[in-house]
Design a binder for this molecule. Structure first.
Ligand SMILES: Cc1ncc(COP(=O)(O)O)c(C=O)c1O
Length: 370
């Protein structure tokens, strides 16, 4: 008898992880989607103090009230979204929030529109909830910005939700306000939910971030601390959405994780409450690296879009497998585009979450293999 649940058949493990298994210590890793910065000093101290004071018990399932109140203030200030702490749930990263959102919304056969190219978890989360992921093509010619018309074309009577991600992994695109607003209007007219993954919100070089939650109550807004405060391993994210959904989503969270690590929540509280200069420095450094890598890609003759945010670029390459193999032999690890969508066979994803010097060296190595 097959012991594995049928719904896992379609779900695949991430290609990105597979690549790390072949990395050696002399390689320069341009594959990893994790800031190479240390967590802010004040966050570290607060967590150490928390441990010493015994802040190590379960918290409320939705998360510490103090943290949720800070998140509520942040959403009002940064995103023009007015929600009280009761409508906020602290999750084990944005990853858990995405899982909760899809598990709570999607019935077997429901359609969920996902960006193509898009973050790997979207398709997997929809499949884990037995829904059908429907790719919305995002075009190179549009600087990889998702356009409202492409979304409208994919709507059907089965559309339950759409996942938006701006700034985007893997393209670094930042969506235009007009498209976000138009998609928000569609969500009201056609009564579907927008799951808005805003994890790279603060890492923007050009343009401005707008949350669809500002324009439509049919939005589940997801954000977290992994990228903005380099707190990836601490696993703190959050979501907010319509009240009727929050209590339902809590069921998935409660029976899955019960609550997020108390100490990590304390760190997240401090991250929001403390000075924000850290983010300015982080974005400044990422911008320096982005300029370096885009110049390098120009020298290498690789076509790319005008990256506006996050810390990725998604250039086109003629023979991806061959290019990645040669790059890997010369000690530069990058990720094939194919994992990010149906239309990405001729792309590679480059992350510049590594030092300026490493990027310089990687470009030199790539020049040599040509
Ligand atoms: C677009 C996007 N969403 C969500 C996540 C997951 O973030 P977290 O560490 O908060 O689970 C990532 C991580 O790479 C991401 O790139």
């Amino acid at each position: 008898m097959n012991k594995i649940a049928k719904r896992l058949e379609k779900v695949e493990l991430s290609d990105v992880r597979k690549i790390f298994e072949v990395t050696n210590k002399n390689s320069i890793n341009l594959g990893i989607g994790e800031p190479d910065f240390d967590v802010p000093e004040n966050v570290k101290l607060r967590m150490i103090q928390g441990l010493e004071k015994g802040f190590t018990k379960y918290t409320s399932n939705k998360g510490c009230i103090e943290l949720r109140e800070e998140i509520s203030k942040k959403l009002k200030m940064d995103n023009c979204v007015h929600v009280d702490s009761q409508s906020i749930m602290v999750t084990a990263g944005a990853s858990e929030a995405l899982y909760i959102a899809t598990q709570s919304l999607v019935n077997k056969g429901d359609e969920v529109l996902i960006p193509d190219p898009g973050f790997l978890s979207y398709k997997a989360c929809v499949e884990l909830s037995e829904g059908n992921p429907i790719p919305v093509k995002i075009r190179f010619e549009n600087d990889y910005k998702m356009k409202y018309e492409e979304v409208q074309d994919k709507l059907s009577s089965k559309t339950k939700a759409i996942i938006l991600n701006s700034p985007s992994n893997p393209t670094g695109a930042v969506m235009d306000k007009e498209d976000i607003k138009a998609i928000a209007d569609l969500s009201i007219d056609h009564d579907f939910i927008i799951i808005s993954d805003e994890i790279y919100e603060k890492i923007i070089y050009k343009g401005k971030h707008y949350s669809p939650a500002q324009f439509s109550d049919n939005t589940i807004l997801i954000n977290g601390f992994s990228k903005t405060y380099a707190m990836t391993g601490l696993r703190v994210g959050y979501l907010t959405g319509p009240n009727y959904l929050i209590e339902e989503m809590l069921k998935v969270h409660q029976y899955n994780t019960a609550c997020v690590s108390s100490i990590s929540q304390l760190g997240a509280y401090e991250a929001l409450k403390g000075p924000q200069k850290y983010i300015e420095n982080l974005v400044k450094e990422f911008k320096r690296r982005k300029d370096l890598i885009l110049n390098g890609l120009d020298d290498l003759g690789l076509e790319h879009t005008n990256v506006q945010g996050a810390f990725y670029v998604f250039p086109k390459v003629k023979n991806t497998d061959d290019y990645l193999k040669k790059a890997s032999k010369s000690g530069v690890i990058m990720v094939p585009g194919s994992g990010f969508g149906l239309s990405c066979e001729n792309n590679i994803r480059i992350s510049y979450a590594t030092s300026y010097e490493n990027i310089q060296e990687a470009i030199n190595r790539l020049k040599n293999i040509l």
